[in-house]
Structures are given as C-alpha cells and as structure tokens.
Design a protein. Structure first.
Lengths: 294, 294
C-alpha cells in the first residue's frame, strides 16, 4: 500500500473512533460543537497513527481495543493547537485552512474547548481495553508528555524566546519539548499498549525523539517554503514573529540536511534494535514526515 | 478541635504535600513560578480536605498514601480558577487578595500555567498508593468531574447566560455543574480511595451534590454581602456582569433559606445513610461551608 493510501485508510479508522467518542451532545451544545469543529478540521492524524503502527510493530493484534488511547493522543494534540492559536499565544487566525477555534467561537469558548478536550482525553483513555497496570503506564506517559517537561514546557520557552539571539541550545530545547517528546510519547504509548519488551520501548523512545525533532525542523522549513493554500495555516509567521527556528539559526540547506540525517538515524534504530519486528509501517511514516518538504 | 483549627491543621498537611509535588524547578522557571504562585495564593484547601475527611469517615487509615490524590484535586481547582479569571472569561484582576495569575504573569503564561496544573494533576494522581483499579476509578471520576459534564460544562453555560432571563433551570444547571459536581466528586474520590461500600459512595455523592449547590449559593450571597478586603477577590462582580445567581433569581432571604435547607439535608444523609461511620468531620466542614455567610 502506498503511504498516502495507508495514511488515508488509518485516518478513517481514527476518525470513526473519534466520532463515537465525541458525539454531538444536546447540552452544552456550544462546547461540543467547538470541540468537534477543531477535532474534525482535517488533521492528518499522524500521532494516533503512530500509536497504531508502533502497537502493530511490537506485536499488538487488537487495534479495536486500543483505539481509545490513540484518540486520547489526538485530543491532546488538538487541545494544544487550540490554545497555541489563541491571541495571547501565537495569535493564529487560521488552522488547517479554516478559521481557528477562537476565530470561530470566540476566545472564552476556545479556551474551554481546549480544556474540555484535555479532560476528555484522560476520560477516554480509561476505555482502552488493556490491563489497569498498562492504562496507568500510558496515563503517566501522556500526562508527563503534555506537562512542564513536555509540550507545555516547550511552549513556554517558545513564546518567551526570540530569534534575535541565535541560541542553539534553547532552540533544541523548544523543539524537542514542544514536538519531539509528543512524537516519541506516541510511539512509547503504542509499544506499551502491546506490552513490548523494555529494550524495545527504550529504542522506540530514542527513535521517536529523533523523528520528533525532524518533524519540527520540517515544520519550520515548510513555514518558509509553503503558501497559505498548501499549508492550510498562516505562513511565514515564524519570521514575522521572530521565532527561534532551525532555518533562522542554521540556514535552510543545513536544516534540510539535519532533518534527513535524523530520519536516517531513526530508521537505523528501527533496523538494528527492532530487527525481529516488522517496522515497515513505521519507516514509511517516518519518511513521509520528513519528505513533506518536497 | 474547633473547625478553624481543624481546617488550619489539615491545610498544613495539604500544603506540605503540594510543596513536595510542585517543587521550584530550574527550567522552565517561569511556568513553575506561575503554577506555584496560584497554588500557594492562600486557598482554604476545602476540596482536598473533603477528600481526606471522607476517606477517614469511610474507614481510610493511611492519609499519607492518598495525599497525592487530594493534591490532584486542588491542582484541578486552581487550574479552573486561573482560566476562569482570564480576560476572555470572567476577567478578574484579583484572586485571594492578590493579583490574579494573568495580571502577574501575562495571559499566555496564565493559560499555560492552568494547562500545566491540569496535566500535573493527572500525573501526581498516579503517585497515590492504592491499587491500580482504584487509581483508575479516581482518574475516571476526576476527568469526568472537570469535563463537559462537570466544571467546564457549567462554565460554558455561566459565560453564555445572563441575569436578564431569570431561568431557574439554567441557574441550577450552572451551579450544580460548575461547583456542585466537583464538591461531590471530592467526597466520592475520598470514599473510593478508602474502598467504601457502593451504597456509601452513592449516599456521599447525593450529599455532596447538595452541599456543592449550597456552597455555590453561599458564594453568590458573599459576592453581594462582602467587601473586597474580607473576600480577597473582586466583589459585586456578579451583579456588574449580570450573572445568573441565586440572589438575583430568588432574592437574598430565600437564597439563605435554600442554602440552610441544603445543609440540613446533607447532614441528614450523613446521619442516616452513614450512621455506622463517624461523620463528625464532614458535618463540621459542611456547616463551615454554609455558615461562611455570617
């Protein structure tokens, strides 16, 4: 199956699970409308697909049973986008080609819709049909991935930093925390749900950290190279906002080179440390993530 | 022990557990500073104390082991206050006699500090020393208490409602969701941690729902009767903002009467349905909550 068909097929599975977990609700209508607006705005579902593919790669056979955990991950992702777009934060009017949540519903509802997706995420996680011990491990992983040592920590440094100082250490901190830890978290969650071996989980964490960093570098590059139409969100905003990005600090060519090197290292981990597993899906997703540039 | 001494003693226990769970952190300094600013702003810790007292009332003996769950509840409470105070929401400049989080740290950091306390809450909950099954039950209770069927649902209706229409059903919806379910959630969590009998948990839920409603009615009354100095936050803001409150809909006398009736019913549940347990602490807390008016 070609990667685009593979992603479309898996997106369908995630979308229908999300539909079931986030049904239209009678009351309070407005908040579920806002939650659904952002969840069904046309995301690629890369993070939940990474959960599914890592689960399969490490021996998981019952996708149906772990869909709630995959959806929990997408809810966390959507919450972070909604809050990130707020006027006080990145102040983005567009997301995935549509008005962002606060442009559509106002700031108050957007803040609450983000909060509600956050809460919902931990609620639906409980519906995963694995042992209580495994749910707890996933819960721990998810909450620490979001918190000050993960996404939120990265966001704080992101909004308080500026490209005036080309601080390489800070740049890496922001990217690994804001994006990297979540990508690697998804892979660790997938493997945990399949009850994979400890050394496999550790290897996937390392691979995920590298892939996640590559993911964010590619996002930086796309912000420069794309038009609003192809990207679906405001472009050149990093430059406008003097964001600390890889192209700003390392230049475009060097950034592309870095992302390609990280991809190679990621795939090397798959091939060496998970050589008794079929990691084809994971390799294809990793290549897709980095090759979005072209 | 007098109720004030009892509360002060238990607040000390909660505060020192919070100090341990939320230490000053090297990086990102700003966000932990904001989290700690709001957490240690001088709250009475009524919600975590309700967890402890219900735990003790239903046979729990090891307070030390369940302190993380009690702290998780306070973190959720503080997150909701921070977001509630934001300019897009209730736009309150003061909380507990100090500038609110966004006045002190700016809106972006306040949004993220709220999010981070939310994440931290689910992270510290895992540290509770009870079985995985019980942690999962508490987790479920906590996430649904916050979500669209709880606090967030209540907040949505609160910010979209107005006192122009004296809608009694809507008023009750807002108060039971915004405050009531959380108070009753704390009691259910305490009893769940003690592995109490199902019928006891059900009775405590009913008592908590009534006590929680009384709590919010008293808050409404205090907003009218207090000065900023005694209340520590902006007063008369409900009237200024045309909020739907009990005094607006029922008048002051009737509201006081309602809160007293709810207190009596709450205590009746303790005395009847938990008659084999010592509910003195719970009764004293309930009386304190309602008699704050005087």
């Amino acid at each position: 199956m070609k990667i685009k068909d593979f992603l479309a097929h898996n997106k369908k599975i995630i979308d229908s699970a999300l539909e079931e977990l986030l049904p239209v609700k009678a009351e309070p209508e407005l908040i579920t409308e806002a939650m659904r607006y952002s969840i069904f705005a046309g995301g690629k579902r890369l993070r939940p697909i990474l959960v599914l593919s890592t689960y399969r790669a490490t021996g998981g056979k019952k996708i149906d049973q772990i869909l709630p955990a995959a959806c929990a991950v997408e809810m966390i992702h959507t919450y972070s986008l909604i809050h990130d777009d707020l006027p006080a934060m990145d102040n983005d009017d567009f997301r995935r080609g549509k008005p962002s949540c606060h442009k559509q519903f106002g700031e108050a509802i957007a803040i609450l819709a983000g909060d509600a997706l956050f809460a919902k995420s931990f609620e639906v996680l409980q519906k995963t049909k694995v042992s209580a011990e495994i749910i707890l491990r996933v819960n721990k992983m998810l909450s620490s991935t979001v918190g000050v040592d993960g996404i939120i920590g990265g966001q704080v440094m992101d909004i308080t930093s500026s490209s005036d100082k080309k601080d390489r250490k800070l740049l890496k901190y922001i990217h690994t925390h804001k994006t990297g830890k979540f990508i690697s978290g998804c892979m660790v969650i997938g493997a945990t749900l399949a009850n994979a071996y400890k050394n496999e989980i550790a290897a996937l964490k390392r691979a995920g950290d590298m892939l996640g960093l590559a993911f964010q570098i590619v996002d930086d590059i796309l912000d420069i190279k794309s038009t609003k139409k192809t990207l679906g969100k405001s472009v050149h905003k990093d430059t406008d906002k003097k964001k600390l990005t890889y192209p700003v600090v390392y230049g475009l060519e060097e950034s592309i080179k870095k992302s390609t090197q990280l991809l190679e290292k990621t795939i090397a981990v798959f091939n060496e440390e998970l050589r008794f597993r079929d990691t084809t899906e994971l390799e294809n997703i990793a290549e897709f993530i980095v090759n979005r540039i072209y």
